[in-house]
Design a binder for this molecule. Structure first.
Ligand SMILES: [Zn+2]
Length: 459
């Protein structure tokens, strides 16, 4: 009996010792764990991400400088005001303008099939009767350089496949993207008359994917377009049967003068250190195919919904959370550059986060920061574990926040399950029916937890 009493007392003392030896961190831990639980419950039960995505995508595609892009900017501003965000305003940005036009055709001459084609963003048009020429198929810039004496007067056909064997399709995209971005420059360097490239996707379908392409002012400008993966396979097969087949391409796109557009900004002002800012960003512009539902209406909605949840739960972050919808990510990065120029000298940004990988199931966060900062951020993993978004790794950010990264601001990107992203990317396929409401909401919930806790703990 006495022995048992002794054990009981010892046990009691140990428990208390353990409690008292816990730092105030542990008490905070419980407090913040409860807040995280509330964010998850509220988001899953009463989330508005998908409803807002419907609102934004119903405006249509949002190419920089277009009427719909201006409408989307107004819609987002209105949304932020009606949700009660602080300091909602637009920041003027001059953006390039380009229009697709109505004619996009390509066919193999002498009874050959039509090719499924779309102009690349920034391309010049063909003459009205089109451009007709022999085709030379290549798979790399090096190969083109070897064949340079055969390029003159021909249409260069870039047919580099995205590497399926890569788990990370973003890096496969990066390796194959030269044919779209540099194809016209390299083809024209040796006298090519047009450039057509295989769409940047592993999906085997008949949907061409657009995207930005570049010219070099010291090299003649030639029209540039993408063809679907099926058309690329077909053309390649036909070329093996007849190396002299000719293709006619007609494009009526045009480049217009730069015009005024804007970034949209709204905040939840910090109550203790309002001058320490955490950016939660997405890009408001999209390509003019589909409605840019994943790229990047989802990222914009992630940012707005994350702040909405925090506000609706009456959480008052210590530091300022600032949602920034950047304009012109797709064909110029003017919004990201303008933001960095306007703001950084005056304000202290402790972190910039962007969601621009689609509205798919979130997996974690990639962070580009020094190792001490990364270690601090990794402490959030335990809070993200309940929704399986707890992998925080070195390396991540977003195109729009890259100018801030260059100025030394730590950057982060929401990582998602990206296996379907390039099925839709920059094409007619990127529409809201490809976005799952619960997956989209979970992205917003993950961001809400991540940025709210950084606003509390600082970096
Ligand atoms: Zn994007």
């Amino acid at each position: 009996m006495r022995y048992n009493k002794f054990l009981t007392i010892l046990f009691f003392l140990l428990i208390n010792f353990n409690l008292y030896s816990q730092s105030s961190d542990s008490i905070d831990l419980k407090y913040y764990q409860q807040i995280v639980d509330n964010i998850i419950k509220y988001g899953l039960e009463r989330g508005k991400a998908y409803e807002m995505l419907q609102g934004l995508t119903s405006i249509g595609p949002r190419l920089s400088g277009s009427t719909q892009c201006a409408q989307a900017i107004a819609w987002v501003k209105e949304q932020m005001i009606s949700l009660g965000f602080d300091n909602v305003y637009t920041q003027s940005v001059m953006v390039p303008r380009w229009e697709r036009g109505t004619v996009e055709e390509a066919h193999i001459l002498d009874g050959g099939e039509k090719l499924s084609i779309c102009a690349l963003g920034g391309s010049i048009a063909t003459p009205e009767e089109g451009i007709t020429g022999d085709i030379i198929e290549v798979h790399s810039v090096d190969e083109l350089h070897v064949l340079k004496n055969q390029v003159k007067g021909k249409i260069v056909f870039w047919n580099k496949l995205m590497d399926k064997s890569k788990f990370n399709q973003g890096s496969a995209y990066g390796e194959a993207a030269f044919q779209r971005t540099q194809g016209a420059i390299e083809a024209a360097r040796f006298g090519g008359i047009a450039s057509i490239s295989r769409s940047l996707t592993i999906a085997e379908d008949d949907i061409p994917h657009t995207g930005v392409m570049y010219y070099n002012d010291s090299i003649p400008k030639i029209p540039a377009a993408a063809i679907s993966t099926k058309s690329a396979d077909y053309l390649s097969k036909k070329l093996k049967e007849n190396s002299h087949l000719k293709v006619n391409i007609k494009l009526s796109c045009r480049i217009l003068p730069d015009t005024v557009s804007a970034n949209v900004i709204g905040e939840l002002r910090g109550i203790e250190k309002p001058n320490e800012i955490i950016i939660v960003g997405g890009h408001i512009d999209s390509w003019d195919k589909g409605t840019g539902a994943h790229d990047d209406a989802s990222g914009c909605i992630h940012a707005i919904e994350a702040l909405r949840i925090i506000k609706e739960l009456n959480l008052k972050p210590k530091r300022t959370l600032r949602a920034v919808m950047f304009v012109n990510e797709e064909n110029g990065l003017r919004g990201g550059k303008q933001y960095a120029e306007n703001i950084l000298a005056k304000e202290k940004h402790i972190l910039a986060l962007e969601s621009d990988a689609g509205g798919f199931t979130p997996r974690g966060f990639g962070v580009t920061a020094d190792s001490a900062t990364l270690e601090k951020i990794k402490k959030l993993e335990r809070f993200l574990k309940p929704i399986d978004v707890d992998r925080i790794t070195q390396g991540g950010g977003g195109v729009d926040i890259s100018p801030l990264g260059k100025l030394g601001v730590p950057t982060a990107g929401l990582r998602v399950d990206g296996h379907k992203y390039f099925d839709y990317h920059h094409s007619d396929n990127d529409t809201i029916d490809k976005v799952h409401p619960r997956e989209l909401e979970l992205g917003a919930i993950a961001i809400a937890i991540f940025v709210y806790l950084i606003a509390e703990f600082g970096l």
